[in-house]
Design a protein around this ligand. Sequence first.
Ligand code: AMP
Length: 213
Amino acid sequence: MKIIMLGAPGAGKGTQAKMIAKEYGVPHISTGDIFRANIKNGTELGMEAKKYMDQGLLVPDELTVRILLDRVAQEDCKDGYVLDGFPRTIPQAEVLDQALAKLGDRIDYAINVDVPDENIIRRMSGRRACLTCGATYHIEHVPPKQEGICDTCGSALVLRDDDKPETVKNRLEVYHRQTQPLIDFYGKKGVLRTVDGTRPMEEVFAAIRAILA
Ligand code: AMP
């Protein structure tokens, strides 16, 4: 099962993607996480990506496509995956489509987690992330057991630079301009399914499960 998660930054698609991955036993692949891991390890790729991420801009397609295609070619992806944060542009979607078509394959579902902008801005300021293990929390909706500390690895939680209000505004503009056209793109292919992302996390997941059943 090959699934793409669509939705504005902060719509909760990462949380849902992790729940799908767990339930269906497929890898959760987040290009944002791959970039952040590279930044943490000080790789050349990480340094290049950081220039864009810190401004809320998209990392250039060429770089992003390369890391994504490398990742989905790995052995654990042969029975499927959930893509979270990729594709984010029409050219990225086209490259993925062509790569899959070469293997006689295609995306099964593009799930759009729909949330209005005003909810997004409120939500993102409450997000907290663990830069050590990649776990994410929300001070109201998914709080850690101990304030400011990661449940999984015990590291300090932070408000990521790209979740800060001025960056969020940029990211929403970028989303509407560059990523929203993908809703039409996958709609035309007949694989688009939309869920109401303003509902509680468990309800959103139940709606997704009904789609994938
Ligand atoms: P995310 O964790 O998915 O919200 O991604 C964080 C940041 O990483 C984004 O704001 C972009 O700068 C960059 N990024 C992640 N995925 C992509 C992608 N598919 N294309 C371009 N940039 C990306």
